[in-house]
Design a protein around this ligand. Structure first.
Ligand code: NAD
Length: 284
């Protein structure tokens, strides 16, 4: 159904996701403000464009993977943004996989729905947007094993499923516009709070004289078991292949976690949710 796929934001995640679309046989056209990464793609024979609008004009569907809400707003509605083609769009599906706040996803989804398609794509006359952030880091992006959490119309979700499955192994439909972004920030909020709890418990346990490896065995067969205890243990030497066992090198950057907690805190304020541990985790 989709032949030409635009991809904007070729950073740590996006470059690998775009590579997987190319491997799956899609005809991909790319854009990034960083000319060095664009060159890597043009050297491989991939079509590059100088603005988001040019990408949208050349694609059936466009995927964005950008640092934050401000970048996504610029790429959609800025002077050379995808929606600035005189209100007539060639692309009929817009997928944003960046981690951003649900309010921005909802506003952009409405802006896309208020635009018109230039022509008719297989009976579809209006464009749609999906917010589809991912769980899984650079390694999952590379191996095509990301989890996508998708908000937007169910019809658009169904049509985009093959695209998601070219870049990931799990796709979960979360409901209307903004619900994918909501799922992502709630997941990362919960993960941050669990990681802080596990780290604090291990620090206390070790101060009281129990080995972290023993405490890990207890946690993992008891009620404290969670991803931070059984998959991403924060204590050096307890398990291999995690950042704690390579001097905290690599892994999910603290900067990105701080960004996600700021999004959770801002969303909590906006809807008047109390969320006390969100604010403690954000400060820490
Ligand atoms: P990154 O900084 O490596 O890549 C972002 C890319 O966007 C860069 O190449 C940058 O040049 C480009 N860019 C910025 N502004 C642009 C613009 N206006 N037009 C075109 N290109 C522009 O970031 P990343 O690590 O790939 O993360 C991307 C998103 O995915 C973020 O929202 C992040 O929170 C989320 N995420 C990251 C991870 C991870 O482990 N890195 C995991 C899950 C989700």
């Amino acid at each position: 159904q989709f032949e030409r796929i635009g991809f904007i934001g070729l950073g740590n995640m996006g470059s690998r996701m775009a590579d997987n679309l190319i491997k799956a046989g899609y005809s991909v056209v790319v854009h990034d403000v960083n000319h060095d990464v664009m060159k890597k793609f043009s050297d491989k024979g991939i079509l590059t464009k100088n603005s988001p609008l040019e990408v949208a004009e050349a694609s059936d569907a466009v995927i964005t993977m950008l640092p934050s809400s401000a970048h996504v707003i610029d790429v959609y509605t800025g002077p050379k943004g995808m929606l600035n083609g005189g209100n007539l769009l060639r692309s009929w599906l817009f997928i944003d996989s960046s981690t951003i706040d649900p309010q921005t996803s909802r506003r952009l989804s409405a802006a896309v729905s208020n635009s018109n398609l230039n022509g008719d794509r297989g009976g579809c006359t209006s464009p749609a947007m999906l917010d589809a952030p991912v769980s899984g880091g650079v390694l999952s992006a590379e191996t095509g094993s990301l989890t996508f959490m998708v908000g937007g119309s169910e019809e658009a979700y169904k049509s985009a499923k093959p695209l998601f499955l070219s870049m990931g192994k799990n796709v979960i439909y979360c409901g209307g516009p903004g619900n994918g972004s909501t799922a992502k920030i709630c997941n990362n909020l919960s993960m941050a709070v669990c990681m802080l709890g596990v780290s604090e418990a291990f620090a206390l346990g070790q101060s009281l004289g129990i080995a972290a490896s023993t405490l890990t065995k207890i946690f993992n067969s008891s009620s404290a078991r969670c991803w931070s205890s059984d998959t991403y243990n924060p204590v050096p030497g307890v398990m291999g292949g995690v950042p704690a066992s390579r001097n905290y090198d690599g892994g999910f950057a603290t900067k990105l976690m701080a960004k996600d907690l700021n999004l959770a805190a801002a969303s909590a304020k906006e809807v008047g949710a109390k969320s006390p541990t969100t604010f403690v985790a954000k400060e820490m």
